[in-house]
Design a protein around this ligand. Structure first.
Ligand code: DQA
Length: 149
């Protein structure tokens, strides 16, 4: 049995990946991202459990219960990245290592995307590599759990 489980959280509008602003986010669907994450997790000998919601409160409720069953959180908070102090507080409260990921390079886009409320409570951020950001983020999180440095 795998002893490390990572919670993967996809925030608002990410269910539309593959159809949504393809020139920005690429044509990979969320289901394909989840499949690739599961394959990477198996290679890394960890488990992943994934969750998507368009509702901020549902994401906060989900995070609240994670400490008992996972060792780290990989999150693409979508637009909540730039708006939600409540999400930041939920992540800080659960006190698990967090890696923030974005498909797009948010630093190179509109000014309002340059600030992240989540980054301050994350171990690190991976952005700009399309669907691969998730896989790089998973690898970085597992590496951090094995050797926090
Ligand atoms: C995103 C970037 C956010 O600014 C945006 O609101 C999203 C997607 C990304 O993965 O690039 O919904 O998180």
């Amino acid at each position: 049995m795998r002893t490390t489980t990572i919670a993967v959280i996809h925030g608002p509008n990410l269910r539309l990946l593959g159809r949504r602003e393809v020139h920005v986010y690429g044509d990979t669907t969320l289901a394909q991202i989840d499949e690739r994450l599961a394959a990477s997790a198996a290679e890394l000998d960890v488990s992943v459990e994934t969750f998507q919601s368009n509702h901020e409160g549902a994401i906060l409720d989900h995070i609240e219960g994670l400490a008992e069953r996972v060792q780290g959180i990989l999150i693409n908070p979508g637009a909540l990245t730039h708006t939600s102090i409540a999400l930041r507080d939920a992540l800080a409260g659960v006190a698990l290592p967090v890696v923030e990921v974005h498909l797009s390079n948010t630093a190179a886009r509109e000014r309002f995307r340059r600030h992240s409320y989540v980054a301050g409570v994350a171990v690190g951020v991976v952005a700009g590599f399309g669907a691969r950001s998730y896989l790089l983020g998973l690898r970085a999180l597992v590496d951090h759990l094995r050797d926090p440095g």
